[in-house]
Design a protein around this ligand. Structure first.
Ligand code: PHE
Length: 331
């Protein structure tokens, strides 16, 4: 066999080897040694060059160098295709036999998880779930809830106005009015939803957040029932050891009114999670319920704050900045 034929046969052998290559990086090292090693097939051919007359050697040398370059280029391309970090290089080979990478799996947003927990607790004690509009008229968000005409809560500072008479609801209490306008008593609802406030943004306040409203209307409803209901909720949500306290408060649409605080372990201080009270008779008048027959309690809780307290999250803005590293912790 002439040296030229030998070069050709090494090339053919190499191409056949590559075809049977099985994506195993051990194989690629074995190939490299077999062809490119110090005692490999290419080196062997170079050695034979000495047997030829000096005049023939340049041509033979060139043919050998071509073979060497061809083999090493091919081997490099295979190495790159085995290492995905090298993808993008022009030598990248797609190996269709490789198993797919597992796609990342999403998760339910932590606020949605908390909302579901809240809903389930209240459903288990007889509440139904209702929804209402996020864009509403002044009457449902304020007027019917007994806010006086010039109450500061209607001020531009707290409320996003769409036009003179239309607002982004500042609380889910607007749905109290819609429900009572539509249905006769008795009724027992919770209303989850988004609310909007033009407030100073801080670790515990954001321009949009979620509330769950509660409304129970029947004959002979007492403040004791309201207390029992919300204490049951807090125990279910946070466990029976969590410190909570009641504080008297004021809302135009409830009388008497109160707020509930939960102990914030992170900051070692109280954090308000809800407002509540007995439905003011003026509200019943506005929706056409007879306040001498019907009584009720209502509450409105902040979902973000409940989530923060439950999971020791120290900043409300984390819920809204879309950082998957934050959300991944709750999947
Ligand atoms: N709507 C009140 C708020 O957003 C909370 C509340 C709801 C208070 C129902 C009493 C009754 O602060």
């Amino acid at each position: 066999m002439s040296l030229k034929d030998k070069i050709e046969s090494v090339r053919t052998q190499f191409l056949a080897d590559i075809d049977s290559f099985s994506d195993n990086s051990n194989d690629i090292n074995a190939f490299r040694i077999k062809y490119m090693g110090r005692k490999g097939l290419v080196a062997e051919l170079f050695q034979k060059m000495g047997d030829f007359p000096a005049d023939d050697r340049p041509a033979i040398g060139q043919a050998l160098n071509e073979l060497k370059l061809e083999i090493s280029t091919e081997l490099d391309a295979i190495v790159q295709s085995l290492d995905p970090d090298q993808a993008g290089s022009s030598n990248y080979r797609i190996d269709t036999t490789l198993p797919e990478k597992e796609p990342p799996i999403g998760s339910i947003h932590i606020l949605e998880q908390t909302l579901n927990e809240i809903k389930n607790i209240f459903i288990s004690i007889g509440f139904h779930v209702a929804y209402g509009p996020e864009v509403d008229d002044d009457y449902h968000n304020f007027g019917a809830l007994n806010f006086p005409e010039h109450h500061p809560a209607r001020d531009m500072q707290d409320t996003f106005f769409v036009d003179n008479d239309t607002v982004l609801r500042t609380h889910t209490s607007n749905v109290q009015i819609h429900l009572m306008e539509k249905e006769d008593p008795p009724l027992r609802y919770i209303v989850p939803g988004r609310v909007y406030r033009n407030e100073a943004i801080s670790f515990k306040s954001y321009c949009l957040f979620h509330q769950v409203e509660g409304l129970f209307v029947d004959k002979n409803v007492s403040f004791g029932q309201l207390k029992g209901c919300l204490e049951y909720f807090v125990k279910q949500m946070f466990g029976s050891d969590r410190k909570m306290r009641w504080r008297p408060s004021y809302f135009p649409f409830t009388e008497p009114s109160a707020e509930v605080d939960i102990w914030d372990e992170e900051r070692q201080q109280w954090m308000e999670i809800l407002g509540c009270g007995m439905v003011d008779p003026a509200v019943f008048d506005n929706v056409g319920y007879d306040p001498h027959v019907w009584h009720g309690y209502a509450f409105g809780m902040g979902v973000e704050r409940i989530t923060m307290l439950k999971y020791n999250i120290n900043d409300i803005r984390l819920f809204y900045n879309g950082d998957v590293r934050f959300f991944d912790q709750f999947s």
